[in-house]
Design a binder for this molecule. Structure first.
Ligand SMILES: NC(=O)c1ccc[n+]([C@@H]2O[C@H](COP(=O)([O-])OP(=O)(O)OC[C@H]3O[C@@H](n4cnc5c(N)ncnc54)[C@H](OP(=O)(O)O)[C@@H]3O)[C@@H](O)[C@H]2O)c1
Length: 261
């Protein structure tokens, strides 16, 4: 079953669309003719991105500024999505924390990370899904990470949130495969965006994908209803290693990599 064709008034919805991977995916979908609804906190930046998309691709680009960690504010978007006929949902907004629990990590920030990366993503998928199932067509991209394949100490909360997303998206893919709905997990390694810092930022060039490469591979993956997208060869190899190395060995190596002693 192909993806729903672009239809005026029925926008593809992209969270985390003000920069990085989400912004690149918004451009990629707009290039295919989809109107887009851009979601993130910074309304002024979203407005600029929307104008740029409209100028470049001629599609309608609207914005929905919201802090997705705020349950009340998020609920308004959830209700809006439930009303719309969303052809494609890209649940991508997320952030990462790093550090050790004794002293450095802020429990409120860790909880916010779970709220955004996991709960908001879950809420938005569940809001858009019923209409997709009803009309037997639709596409959902969930941005997880290789960091969700196995524990990554020192980014423990992040890694655990991505484990949820990886497992949820890959399970959902099969749940709805006979109902015309495509579900693709984007599980990249390192992508050149503002999210990356610390030891990871010093990684050799061959491990990095650009946001544009990632967006292209992801949208093509969704079109083909691929289970999982790792945008470049190096990410595919890392993904296999993270899946098949013994978990204690992998976790210990990651602990050392992030400076744990
Ligand atoms: N970059 C990588 O190496 C990498 C690797 C694997 C997975 N990922 C995942 O890819 C996704 C996108 O990350 P990125 O690399 O593109 O990072 P990014 O450049 O930091 O973009 C994050 C996006 O999420 C939005 N956002 C953050 N907090 C939000 C909140 N509370 N409510 C609503 N929107 C919020 C940000 O916009 P505002 O600031 O305007 O809200 C921004 O648009 C994330 O889920 C990340 O975990 C990234």
């Amino acid at each position: 079953m192909p993806l729903p064709p672009p239809t005026p008034g029925q926008p593809a919805v992209i969270t985390g669309a003000s920069q990085g991977i989400g912004k690149a995916i918004a451009f990629e979908l707009a290039a295919l003719g989809y109107p887009v609804l851009l979601v993130a906190r910074r309304g002024d930046v979203l407005t600029e991105v929307a104008a740029e998309i409209h100028r470049k691709h001629g599609v309608e680009a609207t914005t929905w500024p919201v802090d997705l960690t705020n349950r009340d504010d998020r609920q308004k978007l959830v209700e809006h999505l439930a009303d719309l006929d969303v052809p494609i949902l890209v649940s991508n907004a997320g952030f990462v924390t790093a550090g050790l629990w004794h002293g450095r990590l802020d429990p409120a920030q860790e909880r916010a990370e779970v709220e955004l990366n996991v709960v908001a993503s879950y809420d938005l998928v569940l809001a858009a899904l019923p209409k997709m199932l009803e009309r037997r067509s639709g596409g959902i991209i969930v941005t997880g990470s290789i960091a969700g394949n196995a524990p990554v100490p020192i980014t423990t909360t992040y890694s655990a949130t991505k484990a949820f997303l990886n497992t949820f998206a890959e399970g959902l893919h099969f749940d709805v495969q006979n109902r015309g709905v495509h579900v693709t997990l984007l599980a990249p390694g390192i992508v050149r965006t503002e999210l990356v810092s610390g030891p990871l930022a010093k990684s050799p060039a061959f491990l990095w994908a650009s946001a544009e490469q990632t967006a292209k591979a992801t949208v093509e993956g969704l079109r083909r209803n691929k289970l999982r997208v790792a945008p470049i060869a190096a990410h595919k190899i890392q993904s296999v290693l993270a899946n098949y190395l013994p978990r204690p060995l992998y976790a210990k190596a990651m602990y050392r990599f992030y400076g744990g002693r």
